[in-house]
Design a binder for this molecule. Structure first.
Ligand code: FAD
Ligand code: PHB
Length: 387
């Protein structure tokens, strides 16, 4: 006897999309989320969707508002050596575009779809604990003694969740790199630049991004020991402008920030992504620094593989279930490597030597001079194909 087939831990984009795809396949599931719905919706995070993510959301019936409000774009600008700006047009180079559509909006769309289909999403579920994951009958407990038995537990509970750490130490291997700086990000209700702009500058990295025609997202590299209180809006704008070519900053409209946060940068992978009846997806299994705009896209790609693996299991075929971890990890490592490469290309490291500096400049010069290098970057930025 099972209470449900799949318990999904975490109602972020990975958990809610998995629940959506499982319901579409007629597979019962319950989502357990530690926070309130308002808290989940209040987190400002990703902004750039790979085209594969766009198509996955459309195919799941989640594309209407994205197509109406999202901004399709095809150029990433890279500023370096003061005034130079290199444009990478992904459509010209590899035939694919990207979509600017905020994670907050995707999260709203997923919650609206869940409410329409009467999905069981339990918010403010405290003390979630996973049991008997290496048996055929796992169960999940939470709150003051609630208990759900199931066939599978999907660990979609982000980097600080309980799922990954339920895999015994001897079984999981962790690969990690922590970067010696963070990103201070603001949202402002001002018109964004028309293209994404990444800047390599001696004062540190900067990024100009967008949410919609009246909402801009900007980031500057900052010491991880800083707090948001160290960064008044004035200080932020002054620092951003100091790191950008005038040809770009002259188009920026400043205004009060409506959100400000400091994010650490980390690369992390847990292998394997499956242990017995526990299957990990999204940030629960891996973290990338945001430089490559990959985290949310990887969460969606894991969930694509995972939903198919679970659906085919119930149709009597375990091939995809048995291959889930290795298939997902191939794509994960592709994005982990790319995000690490972009982070190294664009940031100033506190211990950067003259040699490192010259090598970084040469890498940028090579990228600017070689259409092959640009194509390799564009191909990875818009996302490698799914298996
Ligand atoms: P999460 O969004 O972390 O969701 C996990 C959920 O599980 C949360 O709601 C959490 O409350 C819940 N949870 C945790 N512990 C428990 C528990 N014990 N019990 C129950 N529930 C629990 N990615 C991109 O693709 N493109 C970008 O442009 C981009 N920019 C970013 C910019 C910033 C500043 C940051 C911080 C991230 C960015 N990302 C980007 C990364 C992206 O936001 C994440 O990769 C994405 O949120 C992962 O989704 P997830 O569902 O796996 O995890
Ligand atoms: C964002 O819009 O928040 C964003 C864009 C590109 C990145 C990271 C974040 O690389």
């Amino acid at each position: 006897m099972t209470d449900t087939r799949v318990v999904v831990v975490g109602a972020g984009p990975a958990g809610m999309l998995l629940s959506h795809l499982l319901d579409a396949a007629g597979i019962d599931n319950v989502v357990l989320e530690r926070q309130s719905q308002a808290h989940v919706l209040g987190r400002i995070r990703a902004g750039v969707l790979e085209w594969g993510t766009v198509e996955t959301l459309r195919a799941a019936g989640l594309g209407d508002r994205m197509d109406a409000e999202g901004h399709v774009h095809d150029t990433i600008n890279i500023a370096w050596r003061g005034e130079e700006v290199l444009g990478i047009n992904t459509h010209d180079l590899v035939g694919t575009r990207m979509m600017a559509y905020g994670q907050t909006r995707i999260q709203e769309d997923l919650f609206a779809a869940a409410s329409d289909r009467g999905a069981e999403v339990i918010f403010e579920a405290d003390d979630v604990a996973l049991h008997d994951l290496d048996s055929d009958g796992p169960c999940v407990t939470y709150g003051g003694g609630e208990r759900i038995t199931c066939d599978f537990v999907a660990g979609c509970d982000g980097f600080h969740g309980v799922s990954r750490v339920s895999i015994p130490y001897g079984i999981r291997t962790e690969y990690e790199k922590v970067y010696p700086f963070g990103w201070l990000g603001i949202l402002s209700e001002t018109p964004p630049l028309s293209n994404l702009l990444y800047a390599n500058h001696e004062r540190g990295f900067a990024l100009c991004s967008m949410r919609n025609p009246m909402l801009s997202r900007y980031y500057v590299q900052a010491p991880i020991t800083d707090t948001v209180d160290d960064w008044s809006d004035d200080r932020f704008w002054t620092e951003l402008f100091a790191r950008l070519p005038v040809s770009q900053s002259e188009h920026i409209v400043t205004g009060p920030s409506i959100e400000k946060s400091l994010a650490p940068l980390r690369s992390y992978v847990c292998e394997p992504m499956r242990w017995g009846r526990l299957l990990l997806a999204g940030d629960a299994a891996h973290i990338v620094p945001p430089t490559g705009a990959k985290g949310l896209n990887l969460a969606v790609s894991d969930v694509r593989y995972l939903a198919r693996a679970i659906a085919t299991h119930y149709a009597g075929d375990d091939t995809y279930l048995d291959r889930y971890s290795s298939m997902a990890l191939r794509r994960v490592w592709g994005s982990v490597r790319f995000s690490w490469w972009m982070t190294n290309l664009l940031h100033r490291f506190p211990d950067q030597t003259e040699f490192d500096q010259r090598a970084q400049e040469q890498e940028l010069a090579y990228l600017a001079s070689s259409v092959h290098a640009q194509r390799a970057m564009a191909e990875q930025y818009v996302g490698l194909p799914y298996e």
